[in-house]
Design a protein around this ligand. Structure first.
Ligand code: IMP
Ligand code: MG
Length: 187
């Protein structure tokens, strides 16, 4: 396979940010901490983050919610469907909701409201990547790994048509013609 993927954030950069985020989360002294990973895209980030939390002296429990957004992608038309819900009791717990990318914010707004309605003491958002210029919902992340450029990114859990989740770094696919011209400006 000769698909060209341009690296945006390499393994070392990601590891440093994840460790820093875990320290930051620890500084808030969370009580009865529950990490809720939004599937599927966050699975690698969440796995690294909870281990970094352990190194930072935290004892998080771990849960999963699988959400899917349907709609034509037109503004305000997306519906969020719950494919798999959180099973643990969230009442009076400090929750860190973990996702790969905060883009429109609809997915995480939905998840946050759901957990608050069930009595969570607090719900904070940890997003590996933030695309702030694409926001539609009134939401921001409490913990951000990196601000993401205007690219469709893959790797470290994130996919393009189910591919590339396995990459240990974050990058974007370079179109073959782009790769071939290799930086030359077109006519
Ligand atoms: P939103 O914040 O509700 O718009 O949802 C953002 C979700 O869209 C992310 O959790 C990803 O699943 C997906 N997504 C957005 N941008 C990208 C990208 O560049 N690569 C891969 N998935 C993306
Ligand atoms: Mg997602």
């Amino acid at each position: 396979m000769t698909t060209n993927i341009h690296t945006l954030f390499d393994e070392d950069a990601i590891a440093l940010r994840v460790a820093a985020l875990a320290e930051e989360i620890g500084e808030s002294k969370p009580q009865d901490l529950l990490v809720v990973a939004v599937l599927k895209g966050s699975f690698i980030f969440a796995a690294d983050l909870v281990r970094a939390m352990h190194r930072a002296g935290l004892e998080p429990e771990m849960e999963f919610i699988h959400l899917s957004s349907y709609g034509a992608g037109t503004e305000g038309s997306d519906t969020i469907r719950v494919l798999r819900d959180v099973e643990s009791n969230v009442e009076n717990r400090d929750i860190v909701l973990v996702d790969d990318i905060l883009e429109s914010g609809r997915t995480l707004s939905f998840a946050r409201e759901r957990l608050k309605e069930r009595g969570a003491r607090s719900v904070k958002i940890a997003a590996l990547l933030d695309k702030p210029e694409r926001r539609k919902a009134a939401i921001s992340a409490d913990y951000v790994g990196f601000t993401c450029p205007e690219k469709f990114v893959v790797g470290y859990g994130m996919d393009m048509g189910h591919a590339w989740r396995q990459l240990p770094f974050i990058g974007y696919v370079v179109a073959p013609e782009e790769a071939a011209s290799d930086g030359k400006t077109g006519g």
